[in-house]
Design a protein around this ligand. Structure first.
Ligand SMILES: Nc1nc2c(ncn2[C@@H]2O[C@H](COP(=O)(O)OP(=O)(O)OP(=O)(O)O)[C@@H](O)[C@H]2O)c(=O)[nH]1
Length: 943
């Protein structure tokens, strides 16, 4: 009972012979069922185009060659794919049709498994790659590129997009999405998995090439033209753009944020893997209150499981699952509010018998939802729940009204809901709640399976179809386009159902009684509709279709329609499942691997730049380091030699000066007045003090010279420091006056000698004087000489002898005594007169002797030169320290640079490999074709 779409695009149903496009040329090219006889559907056209290019044996098409001119929607696009399964020429009877459908399912499953394995492997490889990146990021904090923000585009509002459903993981970027001028059609997105998929249309690297030439790099950090889609670091801070915050952070903090993002990504990949490994598929049956959802579910199950009632009764979500998932036991698990269902944990639910379901579904105060495990009585090739290919769970939702609308919308958006079946009453059409639900859901799931139920109640079936399809066109244009496959006008109550076991809600064990007043159903007996009119009825109400039969014929027709619906639904579920389970993984992998390639490319380049930089740095550092080492040892030697030389000079000078000074102290003018014979002793003291002070003065003079020498020494050390250390040399203030601060009166205390009587008379010099005047012979001369020289103080003994000779012995006896006395007097007076001459000499000799005994000259020379050495040692040590530090810092710098070089080398190699690896995995992911079997394989099957 198929008909042309009254809106012009007549669609053929796959179950009928009219559904095959093209003629049946035996042995000709394989023909494929297409949907839409008037205009070939997009996928079919694409498939046909591929076939035209392909030999039919697969593998001949190079990736991308053929697709270039075709607008290829993203893998995540939620769209309907027509049956790809070929028809064997000549076969048209029901048995072969049935067989064909089964084979189609299996072929589909085969490809599904292949794709699933490929994506699973890609997920594992990506996780491994991400983990390695984390390890690398810990050792070598990865650079996170800034995003060049192009000048704001003109704001073009897209009224068709309401905020809120674009992203679930990422919020940043939505605003940009909203104001983007519409260019090419955007594939619809699924919640949670479509993160940034709009960016997958072109790789970030490719986009980078297109980066605006203006806007020079703001930072040293590399810039990207486009945000990352998955590895995006999310930061929010008032008044700062995301990129600004990222780049105001320490490199380590950015690396930590990236690490966190990688962790999120790994987690998401695991959940995607879990999802693709999950073989079950969930079908949510929703619709208006009392539209016949429960009846429809029961019809699909061919068993009265769910309570049907004339008034709204289903108030909780009822999930019908195959009994095999509950160890073969038929029962109901009712889940109280606030519990997360876990079949293995009985505390999360209460167990009931199937017959108690009626009481459960109305008790929304107590239960949030229930799981119904039943045995599907239909054979494997017809069963929906247990069809041998995929485990399908049917979820009967509460009827839509203001209260349940939101809950059901949220439920429908769940990732595990693969297909939404919308049941609408043929009599009531779409209510406001229904319209709102479909409008919103259309953005998540562009295609919806529409069941127009209670068609038996409609008198003017054609008008009903027209009106409903018109409404669908407005609500979900995509569904409308594929309406022959997706919109079904049926009477669920026309399907014979078996009663629930143990007197289920639909009837007792005998199956005879129905709780629904409208159906007088018995086991496997069609439930009779109320419409007895002769109006042409059928799927799309073909105007030219023959009038319908009455009675049994009509029932048969209703059942055929329902069977047709089932075929479509099954195929839709299987195909949607492939798309809803695998597409998110493919999209996400594509995005994360794209990001990885971008990140790796940026970091490879950064590592290369760093490597070049440090290599150059090392080249320059090497000679500086060698020079510094040489300077250190040279300066060391020079300073040591300088100090030694200065100290020796000072020692020699001090020693010589002191020796000379001590030996000549008597000769110098000591400035002490001789007070006469009676003050001779005090004179001796004064002379001694003057001599000591002279010696001390000499020492002071030597110290002054030593100071000067030290100042010169310090300056030359300073010059050396400035020469070798430059600015790093720490200038020291040298205060020479602080040298030689020890008390100088110490000498007076050390030197202890007193003048004795003999020190006053210098007999040796008196004798000397006598030698000089020998030869004078006259006594007169003696007297004259003596008299004359008495005051002069010389030759007194000569005078006495001469007088003896002249006077003769006899006379001498007379003059001897007075002469002797005179001589003695004269001699004594002469000696006394000579005290100022003889005393200093005697004292100086004594002083010299005592100083020699004290080792005065040497010890002072040592002291002075020692102090000079000490004074020079400090700046010398500082210089040495500075030089050592400079060498060490250069050594450290070299060590650091070598370390960076090694790290950069490792990073460059690692990121270089990562660029290649991520691109390889991405290529493999992109090759996964979720659109259907490749033509070559289908061709092979056909052959
Ligand atoms: N004539 C006719 N009646 C139907 C058809 N399908 C369901 N009904 C009747 O419509 C009423 C409502 O059916 P239910 O299956 O309980 O409807 P529902 O949508 O599940 O209701 P709630 O979930 O409680 O909102 C029942 O009395 C059914 O017998 C149909 O195709 N034709």
């Amino acid at each position: 009972m198929s008909g042309n779409n009254p809106f012009g695009s007549g669609y053929a149903t796959p179950g009928s012979s009219r559904s095959y496009s093209g003629d049946r040329r035996g042995g000709a090219r394989p023909q494929y069922m297409t949907v839409g006889a008037g205009s070939t559907s997009e996928s079919a056209a694409r498939l046909q185009a591929m076939l035209d290019e392909d030999s039919g044996y697969g593998g001949s098409r190079a990736d991308g060659e053929l697709m270039e001119n075709v607008w290829n929607p993203g893998p995540s696009e939620d769209r309907f794919t027509p049956d790809h399964t070929p028809i064997k020429p000549g076969e048209s009877n029901a048995a072969s049709e049935n067989e064909r459908r089964i084979v189609a399912s299996h072929v589909h499953q085969l490809f599904y498994n292949q794709n699933r394995t490929a994506l699973g492997r890609a997920i594992n490889q990506t996780v491994e790659t991400l983990r390695k990146l984390q390890e690398m990021n810990a050792k070598w904090p990865a650079h996170y590129p800034t995003v060049q923000r192009p000048p704001s585009p003109p704001v073009l509002q897209r009224p068709d997009i309401r905020p809120g459903l674009q992203h679930t993981q990422s919020t940043a970027g939505n605003d940009r999405e909203l104001v983007r001028p519409p260019s090419r059609p955007q594939p619809p997105r699924r919640a949670g998995t479509s993160l940034g998929e709009h960016q997958s249309a072109e790789s970030s690297v490719a986009a980078e090439a297109k980066a605006p030439e203006v806007a020079p790099p703001r930072l040293v950090t590399p810039q990207l033209a486009q945000e990352f889609s998955v590895l995006k670091i999310e930061l929010k801070m008032q008044g700062l753009a995301q990129s600004e915050i990222v780049h105001s952070l320490e490199k380590q903090s950015v690396a930590a944020l990236l690490d966190n993002q990688i962790n999120n990504s790994i987690r998401h990949l695991f959940s995607l893997r879990e999802r693709i490994e999950d073989t079950s598929s969930k079908v949510l049956v929703t619709g208006d209150l009392n539209a016949g959802k429960s009846t429809f579910c029961n019809a699909l199950l061919r068993r009265k499981v769910l309570p049907e009632d004339q008034q709204p009764c289903t108030s909780i979500f009822c999930e019908v699952l195959d009994v095999s998932e509950n160890a073969g036991i038929e029962e109901v698990h009712a889940i109280p509010h606030g519990h997360v269902y876990n079949r293995n944990d009985e505390s999360t639910y209460s167990v009931f018998a199937l017959k108690q379901l009626e009481g459960i579904v109305v008790d929304s105060d107590r239960w949030s939802q229930c799981k119904i495990y039943i045995k599907d009585i239909r054979p494997v090739d017809q069963s929906l729940l247990n069809n041998g290919v995929v485990d399908i769970a049917l979820i009967d939702a509460p009827g839509l009204n203001n209260d349940s609308l939101k809950t059901t919308a949220v439920f429908a958006r769940q990732e595990e809901i693969d297909v939404v079946v919308f049941v609408v009453s043929a009599a009531n059409h779409f209510t406001l709640s229904a319209k709102e639900f479909i409008f919103n859901a259309a953005r998540e799931k562009a295609y919806m399976f529409m069941v127009v139920n209670g068609f038996d109640n409609i008198r003017d079936k054609r008008r009903c179809q027209e009106m409903i399809l018109k409404q669908i066109n407005q609500l979900s244009p995509a569904t409308f386009k594929e309406s022959s496959e997706l919109v079904h006008f049926v009477s669920s109550n026309a399907i014979p159902v078996a009663a629930g076991p143990g007197g289920g809600p639909g009837g007792g064990p005998s199956g005879g009684g129905s709780s629904s007043a409208s159906f007088g159903s018995s086991d496997n007996t069609p439930r009779k509709g109320e419409d007895d009119d002769d109006e042409p009825s059928g799927k799309h109400g073909e105007p030219g279709s023959p009038p319908k039969k009455k009675g049994k014929g009509k029932e048969k027709e209703a059942q055929d329609d329902f069977n047709e619906l089932e075929v479509s639904l099954r195929r839709f579920v299987l195909e949607k499942r492939a798309r809803s389970k695998l597409a998110p993984a493919k999209t996400y992998l594509n995005n994360v691997l794209g990001d990885l390639t971008t990140l790796a490319t940026v970091n490879r380049d950064v590592a290369q730049n760093e490597l070049d930089r440090v290599t150059e740095e090392l080249k320059q550092l090497e000679p500086v380091y060698e020079q510094s080492k040489k300077a250190r040892s040279e300066a060391d030697d020079e300073v040591a030699a300088g100090i030694e030389e200065t100290a020796n000079e000072v020692y020699t000078l001090t020693r010589d000066t002191l020796t000379t000074s001590i030996s000549r102290v008597a000769e110098s003018d000591l400035g002490v007045q001789y007070p006469g014979m009676f003050g001779a002793y005090s004179y001796a003291d004064d002379v001694k003090a003057a001599m000591l002070s002279q010696v001390a003065e000499t020492v002071r003079w030597c110290e002054e010279r030593a100071r000067e020498k030290t100042v010169t020494g310090v300056s030359s050390i300073k010059s050396l420091g400035l020469l070798h250390l430059g600015d790093e040399y720490v200038d020291l203030t040298f205060r020479s006056e602080k040298m030689f601060r020890s008390r100088r009166d110490a000498l007076a205390r050390q030197v202890e000698f007193e003048a004795d009587i003999w020190d006053f008379f210098d007999f040796a010099s008196l004798w000397e004087r006598q030698e000089k005047v020998a030869g004078t012979s006259m006594a007169v001369t003696v007297a004259g000489v003596v008299g004359g020289r008495m005051l002069g103080g010389v030759g007194w003994l000569d005078g006495a002898m001469t007088a003896t000779k002249i006077v003769g012995t006899n006379n001498l006896r007379r003059v001897i005594l007075p002469g002797l006395i005179l001589s003695v007097v004269l001699a004594a007076s002469y000696a006394i007169s000579q005290i100022p001459h003889s005393l200093p000499k005697r004292l100086s000799a004594k002083l010299a002797a005592q100083l020699a005994q004290l080792d005065y000259t040497h010890s002072n020379s040592t002291r002075v030169s020692g102090e000079v050495r000490r004074a020079l040692k400090y700046p010398a040590d500082k210089l040495r320290e500075g030089l050592q530090k400079s060498v060490e810092s250069l050594l450290e710098q070299r060590r650091e640079t070598v370390k960076v070089r090694v790290e950069s080398e490792v990073a460059r190699k690692y990121f270089g490999n990562l660029v290649r690896e991520s691109a390889e995995i991405r290529t493999r992911v992109q090759r996964v074709d979720l659109e259907g079997p490749t033509p070559g394989i289908v061709g092979a099957y056909e052959a």
